[in-house]
Ligand binder design. Structure first.
Ligand SMILES: [Zn+2]
Length: 211
């Protein structure tokens, strides 16, 4: 297993266990869990705690809001399960989502490519391919964004992210991720707002090439 230094926050593992995390984020969480023994241990602990709650929860009134949430969850796609086995660079949940096919890369410009794996009203999950030394295209950042590295690595103002590491970004994170030298960086990225890549603006990107 790779040496992982950036993990899934505990609250997010709890949300994953309870099934309340949007599907796109669950794909990233399940994929990170496929690599990470530490987070597998937290998952096990939260599952055990959740099971204990259910067993002792008799007599708890189920309100209408919860009931409709449960019913809505039944219609939602199944929570992706971590699969502790990777094929090539792709962890089990990504292979499952690709249905065994290779990614269908669509060019975004500057050698950057994407394959959208999943999209619904709550968010989207995509594979991103970023050539070594290239900055991640400028995109709007109005919600939560989880980025899991599957191959290569990238660096930004907050640190370096290698295989298995996950970066959590929100409106407060101002960063410029750049793929490190070596293999192209391939990531699984999920956002809760539709991600809209803007046209490349050479004027803004120019300083990046001098890094
Ligand atoms: Zn972890």
């Amino acid at each position: 297993m790779p040496a992982i230094t950036h993990h899934i926050p505990d609250e997010m593992i709890v949300a994953y266990v309870s099934g309340s995390l949007p599907h796109a984020f669950s794909m990233v969480v399940a994929s990170h869990l496929s690599y990470c023994r530490d987070c597998q241990a937290s998952l096990g602990a939260h599952r055990a705690a959740g099971g204990a709650l259910l067993e002792t929860g008799e007599g708890v009134a189920v309100d209408a809001g919860l009931k409709s949430k449960v019913l809505a969850a039944l219609d939602a796609p199944a929570v992706p399960e971590p699969v502790y086995e990777a094929k090539g660079i792709y962890p089990g949940p990504v292979i499952h989502s690709l249905k065994g096919r290779p990614p269908r890369w669509k060019t975004l410009g500057m050698g950057v490519k994407q394959d959208i794996l999943f999209e619904d009203s709550e968010g989207s999950a995509r594979l991103l391919f970023i050539p070594a030394g290239q900055a991640v295209p400028d995109h709007s950042h109005n919600g939560l964004e989880l980025t899991l590295v599957l191959q290569g690595s990238f660096s930004d103002e907050t640190g370096q992210f290698g295989v298995g590491d996950v970066e959590i970004g929100d409106e407060n994170l101002e960063h410029t991720p750049v793929a490190d030298a070596g293999d192209p960086c391939i990531c699984l990225a999920a956002t809760d707002a539709p991600l809209r890549f803007r046209a490349f603006m050479p004027r803004l990107l120019q300083p990046l090439f001098r890094i």
